[in-house]
Design a protein around this ligand. Structure first.
Ligand SMILES: *Cc1c(COP(=O)(O)O)cnc(C)c1O
Length: 372
C-alpha cells in the first residue's frame, strides 16, 4: 500500500518524528546563536522559568541537564549520594532497576522494594523499608510496564529522607506536582511527553536537597553546583560562570516545546493524553488485546497489552504484526521488555502524537490486520 513511506510520516511511538510539537520543529531550524549570546541566555532563563511551571515548583535550582533522561537520573544520585548512604528504591520495571544500578555505582547501600511488573508499588512498603534512609527513589511513570506509581503519599510520609521521582515519561503527560507532593528531586527527558527530540534532562531540586548535596560529586560533568552557576539557576543570572557549552539548538527546542504546552495549558495537555489513552485502551480491549497494567494505575501515554494466543491471524507472529503496522501503515509500536519480549506491546501516545486521530488510525489498522 505505502511501501517507502517516509520515516517522518511515522506515528505513535513515543520518541519519534510524530511527537514533536510543530513549534519545536520550527525552533530546530532557527539559525544557531552562540552559547554566551545574550539572546540565547534570555532563552535559557525563560526555559528554566517554564520548567518551574511545568514541574510545578518554586525551586531556584531548576534547569535542563545536557544529556538524555538517564543523565537526569545520574545527576540526582551523584549529587546526593555519598558512599555508604542508604537509598530505598522501588522496582517494578526496567527504570527502577536502572536507578538501583546508578545508586550502587555511587556507593549507596541500596534497599530494593520489588513489586511484580504490571503492579504499582505500595507507598507504605517503600516508607517502611528502612528506618532512616537518605533517599527514597521511585519512577512515577514506568515506561517498561505502563504503570503509574504513587508519589504523593511518599512525600507525605518521607520524614527526613529526600524523595527522588523519575518523571521522564510523566512530565507534560499526566499530573505531577513537585512542591505540592513534597518531591525533593524530579528529573525528566525531552523526548517523551514534552514533545522535543532526545537530548536534555530537565531537573529540579528543592532547597532542602541542595543543602544536603555531597560536597564533591564523583562526576565533574553532572556537578549541579557548577552547572547551576552557568545557568544562573541559583543566582538569578547575576554571576554566570562557564561550565560546559550549552547545547543551544536543543535548549531552543525545549523552550519551544514547553511554550506549546503552556500555551495549550498544562491541564489541557494532561486531558488530551488522558482522552487518547482512554480511547486507545478501550479500543484495544474490544479488539481482544489484554491490558497489562493494573487497573487504576494505567498510564494514558504508554499502554501495555498482552497478545492472547490465537488473536493474530494464522502465520502472523507478534513481531510480524508490528512489522506490518510499520511498513503498511507507518505506525511504530514498541515490543515488550525483559521477560515480556515477544508477548507484549508498548504503545506510546505522547506529546504531539497524543491526538485522537492517531488512536483511530492505529485501531483501524489493527482491525484490518485482525480481519474485523
Ligand atoms: C526513557 C526513560 C528513561 C531514560 O531516558 P533516556 O532518555 O533513554 O536516557 C528513564 N526513566 C524512564 C521512566 C524512562 O521512560
Amino acid at each position: 500500500m505505502s511501501e517507502g513511506m517516509p520515516r517522518s510520516d511515522r506515528v505513535l511511538m513515543g520518541p519519534g518524528p510524530s511527537n514533536l510539537y510543530p513549534e519545536v520543529t520550527e525552533a530546530l531550524q532557527r539559525p544557531l546563536v552562540g552559547h554566551l549570546d545574550p539572546d540565547f541566555l534570555a532563552v535559557l532563563d525563560e526555559t528554566c522559568d517554564r520548567l518551574r511551571t511545568v514541574f510545578s515548583t518554586a525551586n531556584p535550582l531548576t534547569l535542563p541537564i545536557s544529556g538524555t533522561g538517564s543523565a537526569g537520573m545520574e545527576a540526582s544520585f551523584v549529587n546526593l549520594v555519598a558512599p555508604g548512604d542508604t537509598v530505598v528504591v522501588g522496582v517494578n520495571g526496567v527504570f527502577g532497576e536502572r536507578m538501583c544500578d546508578v545508586a550502587a555505582r555511587c556507593g549507596a547501600e541500596v534497599v530494593r522494594v520489588d513489586e511484580r511488573w504490571g503492579n504499582p508499588i505500595d507507598p507504605e512498603r517503600l516508607l517502611a523499608a528502612h528506618p532512616h534512609p537518605k533517599l527514597i527513589a521511585v519512577v512515577h511513570a514506568e515506561t517498561s510496564t505502563g504503570v503509574r506509581n504513587e508519589v504523593e503519599a511518599l512525600g507525605a510520609g518521607k520524614g527526613d529522607a529526600l524523595l527522588v521521582a523519575d518523571c521522564v515519561t510523566s512530565l507534560g503527560g499526566i499530573p505531577f506536582a513537585t512542591d505540592g507532593w513534597g518531591v525533593d528531586v524530579a528529573y525528566s527527558g525531552t523526548q517523551k511527553c514534552l514533545g522535543v527530540p532526545p537530548g536534555l534532562a530537565p531537573l529540579t531540586m528543592s532547597p532542602g536537597a541542595v543543602e544536603r548535596r555531597v560536597e564533591r560529586p564523583q562526576s565533574w560533568y553532572l556537578d549541579l553546583g557548577m552547572i547551576s552557576q552557568y545557568t544562573g539557576s541559583t543566582s538569578g543570572g547575576a554571576t554566570r560562570r562557564y561550565h560546559h557549552t550549552a547545547p543551544v539548538t536543543m535548549i531552543n527546542a525545549l523552550h519551544a516545546g514547553l511554550g506549546a504546552i503552556l500555551e495549550e495549558g498544562l491541564a489541557g495537555a494532561w486531558a488530551r493524553h488522558e482522552e487518547c489513552g482512554r480511547l486507545l485502551q478501550k479500543g484495544l480491549q474490544e479488539l481482544g488485546f489484554e491490558l497489562f497494567a493494573a487497573e487504576g494505575h494505567r498510564l494514558p501515554q504508554l499502554t501495555t497489552v498482552l497478545i492472547p494466543d490465537g488473536l493474530l491471524p494464522g502465520g502472523l507472529d507478534e513481531a510480524g504484526a508490528r512489522r506490518l503496522l510499520l511498513e503498511r501503515y507507518g505506525i511504530e509500536v514498541g515490543g515488550g521488555l525483559g521477560e515480556y519480549a515477544g508477548r507484549m506491546w508498548r504503545i506510546g501516545c505522547m506529546g504531539h502524537t497524543a491526538r485522537p486521530r492517531n488512536v483511530t488510525l492505529l485501531l483501524g489498522a489493527l482491525g484490518e490486520i485482525l480481519g474485523r
